[in-house]
Design a protein around this ligand. Structure first.
Ligand SMILES: N[C@@H](CCC(=O)N[C@@H](CS)C(=O)NCC(=O)O)C(=O)O
Length: 217
């Protein structure tokens, strides 16, 4: 039986995107079980059907995996190409993936993922700007030092890219610019066929979460 990924609204749920993308890139077939976030029914489902009251959650038979990074590790056990082969490079990839998973709260709070939105503008305070600068430094370092084999942070797609894909989406939504390496990386993410499929599904959703709709003129 195929595993099931419990996930939130595709337009808004950045952690769901991370879990979904690693499964797609690992070539693991799975079913989707969507929960409408910020609705009374969705709140009940989160409370009753997920271990931490959050999505994504992967249910594979008797095994339940929550936390996007744990889902990524679970997928990488089945498809080790999700991490770079070299031990040192893999350690760097794991570090930048963990840094995203554990941090960047200011950026994530001020600039919510909103796949359908373009041309949004938000005043960036110092904390948000520091997060943006750090993300851009990570992308530049990874691309310059390890990105020779392809367009992703470590050349071929890795868990690190899944972690940063929603940030690339935010940069597009809120017009966050940067050096050519950053622009090219955003283009890589948004041009990816799996991301295109996620965006197409987000465009089909009719639900709007007002708190996530920031930066409108
Ligand atoms: N650390 C968790 C974060 C998961 C998370 O915050 N998910 C959000 C959706 S993107 C959620 O479930 N929010 C509950 C809600 O909106 O009520 C992970 O990596 O999976």
């Amino acid at each position: 039986m195929k595993p099931t990924l419990v996930l939130g609204n595709k337009n808004y749920s950045s952690w769901s995107l991370r879990g979904w993308l690693v499964l797609r890139k690992a070539g693991i077939a799975f079913e989707e079980y969507p929960i409408a976030l910020s609705t009374p029914e969705g709140d009940h489902q989160l409370a009753d059907e997920t271990p931490a009251g959050l999505v994504p959650v992967l249910i594979d038979g008797e095994i339940t995996v929550w936390e996007s990074l744990a889902i990524a590790e679970y997928a990488a056990e089945q498809n080790p190409t999700l991490w770079p082969e070299d031990r040192g490079v893999r350690a760097t990839a794991r570090s930048v993936a963990a840094e995203m998973h554990a941090g960047f709260g200011a950026l994530r709070h001020a600039l919510p993922m909103n796949c359908r939105a373009r041309g949004r503008s938000v005043a960036l305070d110092d904390a948000v700007q520091r997060d943006i600068d750090r993300v851009q430094r990570i992308w530049c370092d990874c691309r310059t030092r390890h990105g020779g084999g392809g367009p992703w942070l470590f050349g071929t797609f890795s868990v690190a890219d899944a972690m940063y894909a929603p940030v690339a989406s935010r940069f597009a939504t809120y017009g966050i610019d940067g050096p050519a390496v950053v622009r090219d990386y955003v283009k890589t993410v948004l041009g990816d066929p799996d991301i295109a499929a996620w965006y197409a599904a987000a465009a089909e959703e009719s639900s709007v979460i007002e708190e996530e709709e920031v930066g409108q003129a």
